[in-house]
Design a protein around this ligand. Structure first.
Ligand SMILES: C[S@@+](CC[C@H](N)C(=O)[O-])C[C@H]1O[C@@H](n2cnc3c(N)ncnc32)[C@H](O)[C@@H]1O
Length: 638
């Protein structure tokens, strides 16, 4: 709290433990007690004995047997998901595309940090999450979250580095904690991702047999067993690898869970010409094309066993062990309505007609996906080579058609789609394509670590130092390709035809970095008031206004894709986000007259720098000015 009584923005990510305590407090206010933190300040804590009493009928004591899934490091992984971080997202306009207008986001950095930073801005906001994490094949590099491995376990041979010099380690099968480390890596990320999904949202996770069993257990725990939706089997390979001694694996899984089974529905696949191709009209029925199904079913229901006379006069009974699907009365109704088909010769076993005009416009997807519908790994590689001048730029990408299909069955209109292991950004490509095809305005958020490319790789030779660079460049190139295709199509279209809309092919780039605030900001308890006042500023020297603005946007839980403008008031720079959502001014010695003009805008939120009014008369008046002119504005300082 500053001396004037103005509240400070906290400028760090959410403390999930605090939030959990609040949730328990809502349910059982009696179990809340006060405890001292490290600095001697009082804070809320839980009296676990009292909580135990509240739950005594169900409480499971100590080591009693129970159904449980655990691994070495699980407790630490839970703590890690809740631990706040002193980091922020720094905008990078130069590398972005169409910053002003785009609503897409690309985040460069570790996805654990990114997910923590997104918690408030995107809480309950995402319709769909797709991830394709390392499969833990024994050759994968896993990002070393500081809690996974002790420093003495490092072996230079098995380590790689990202751009910031953070270590990634090769999780080989002979490591004692081979599965545990993978679970510890994924668990906190999925826990944080769960918070971001809308109640009708869904998550898809690509995986193979190395970890599918552990993934299912983790997902059951985080999403709830009742929210399991499907295990899609995707045919990723076509021809066998004959060098393999046992089986040549040709499929991956896509595990799907929703947030709330009771409200979640699948939109389904759009009916295409091919899927409608099964319908024909052999008898020129005025109701149009139809298809038919066998009228007999098993097991036998005696009431539905009766003889049927074909148009040619033959008497037919259901085959042994089966009966007709319709009662005699219903059959006669359908017969009268010309909905029973006995074949062109009028002498075949009866079938029931279903008309194309009467079926749903969407098809319920099945759980077995073949390469003809989705593309396979080879197609994904070809696709990427086409974008990157014939070079193999990344191993194991997914085909755009696969991601498009996932998007199509789940999302529409303005939905936000997140991929936080985005690699070459196939998901972003698919979102842009889907929008270009159905005129939708889906938005993507990609997260990718700047994992260094091997110096011997094609990617490195082509000038890409890390995988994030590849992802960004793919979005740029794929976006241009889509735009050119649409423009060419529009040129061909007849004059009176509606021209097709070019979707949003831009992205705002934000990089995970340390907080903008100096360390003193967070350990203020250790300093006397005089020391604090003696410090000129609490913002790091290399940070710009735009960095501060985005940290404030995150802190206040506003989305990262809002428009922002810069305005000058009497020579002072004012940042305006989303019209009146937020106004910020980071200048020093702001005169009262400017304060008044800012207040007259009546923004929902206003932020100033603590040093903005040092020794100026405005500092004492600021709250008064806003109380009089804009009493509903929430006022904060950083
Ligand atoms: C299997 S690839 C994803 C491929 C992607 N689906 C595609 O089609 O290109 C997994 C990606 O996750 C990235 N990754 C691994 N750990 C990460 C972390 N902690 N934060 C962000 N990205 C990470 C890796 O760099 C890798 O590019």
């Amino acid at each position: 709290m500053s001396k004037s009584g103005l509240k400070n923005l906290k400028m760090k990510s959410v403390d999930m433990t605090d939030q959990n305590i609040e949730k328990i407090a809502d349910l059982f206010p009696g179990v809340i007690t006060e405890i001292e933190d490290e600095d001697g300040n009082l804070k809320k804590g839980i009296d676990f004995d009292l909580l135990k009493q509240e739950l005594s009928a169900d409480f499971i004591e100590g080591r009693e047997e129970r159904y449980d899934f655990t691994w070495v490091g699980k407790r630490q992984a839970i703590i890690e998901a809740n631990r706040p971080i002193n980091k922020t997202l720094r905008p990078c306009m130069e590398e972005s595309k169409d910053w002003e207008n785009t609503e897409n986001i690309y985040i460069e950095g570790d996805n654990l940090d990114a997910l923590k930073l997104l918690q408030e801005s995107y809480l309950n906001s995402l319709k769909m999450i797709y991830i394709d994490p390392p499969y833990n094949t024994g050759k994968d590099f896993i990002y070393n979250d500081r809690f996974v491995m002790d420093s003495d376990e490092y072996d230079e041979e098995t380590c790689a580095y990202d751009e910031a010099g953070n270590r990634m380690f090769k999780n080989s099968k002979d490591r004692g904690r081979y599965h545990s480390d993978w679970c510890s890596m994924l668990y906190p990320r999925l826990k944080l991702a769960h918070n971001l999904l809308r109640d009708d949202g869904v998550i898809f996770v690509s995986i193979d047999d190395h970890e599918v069993h552990n993934l299912r257990k983790i997902m059951d725990e985080i999403f709830g067993e009742e929210n399991f939706v499907a295990n899609i089997v995707w045919q990723r390979a076509f021809s066998p690898v004959n060098l393999k001694k046992k089986f040549s694996e040709s499929h991956d899984y896509i595990i799907c869970y929703c947030k709330e089974a009771e409200i979640f529905t699948v939109l389904g696949l759009k009916r295409t010409e091919t899927s409608s191709g099964r319908y024909s009209n052999y008898d020129s029925d005025p109701r149009g094309p139809w298809t038919s199904t066998d009228l007999s079913v098993g097991p036998v229901n005696r009431a539905n066993v009766y003889p049927i006379k074909t148009p040619s006069g033959r008497i037919i009974s259901p085959p042994e062990g089966r009966c007709w699907v319709l009662s005699k009365e219903r059959f006669n109704q359908k017969l009268l309505d010309k909905r029973i088909w006995f074949g062109k010769n009028g002498d075949n076993t009866p079938r029931l007609k279903t008309f194309l005009m009467e079926v749903k416009s969407r098809i319920t997807p099945m759980t077995f996906w073949v390469r003809e519908d989705t593309g396979d790994s080879q197609e994904a590689t070809r696709e990427l080579k086409l974008i990157f001048d014939g070079k193999l730029i990344i191993d194991y990408p997914k085909p755009t058609r696969l991601l498009k299909r996932l998007g199509e069955i789940i999302s529409q209109n303005d939905d936000i789609i997140l991929d936080f292991f985005s690699g070459s950004a196939t998901t972003a490509h698919a979102v842009m394509k889907l929008n270009s095809e159905d005129g939708g305005n889906r938005k993507f958020i990609m997260v990718q670590l700047p994992e260094a490319c091997d110096e011997k790789s094609d990617a490195y030779k082509a000038g890409f130092k890390n995988i994030a660079e590849i992802g960004k460049e793919r979005i740029r190139r794929a976006g241009e390709q889509i735009k050119n295709e649409i423009e060419a199509e529009n040129k061909q279209a007849t004059l009176d035809g509606e021209p097709k809309k070019v979707p949003d092919i831009g992205f705002r780039l934000l990089k995970v970095d340390d907080t903008n605030m100096k360390d003193v900001y967070y350990s203020a308890g250790e300093y006397s008031q005089e020391t604090i006042e003696g410090l000129v500023d609490n913002v790091k020297e290399d940070r710009k206004d735009i960095d501060l603005l985005y940290q404030i946007i995150l802190d206040w839980g506003l989305p990262l894709n809002h428009r922002h403008e810069i305005e000058e008031i009497d020579g002072f720079t004012i940042h305006i986000v989303d019209n009146d959502s937020l106004v910020a001014c980071f200048e020093s010695n702001i005169p009262e007259s400017v304060m008044r003009k800012i207040a007259e805008k009546k923004p929902l939120r206003a932020v100033f720098r603590d040093g903005s009014f040092r020794d100026s008369p405005g500092k004492l008046n600021i709250e008064g000015i806003f109380k009089t002119i804009a009493p509903d504005t929430k006022l904060r300082v950083i």
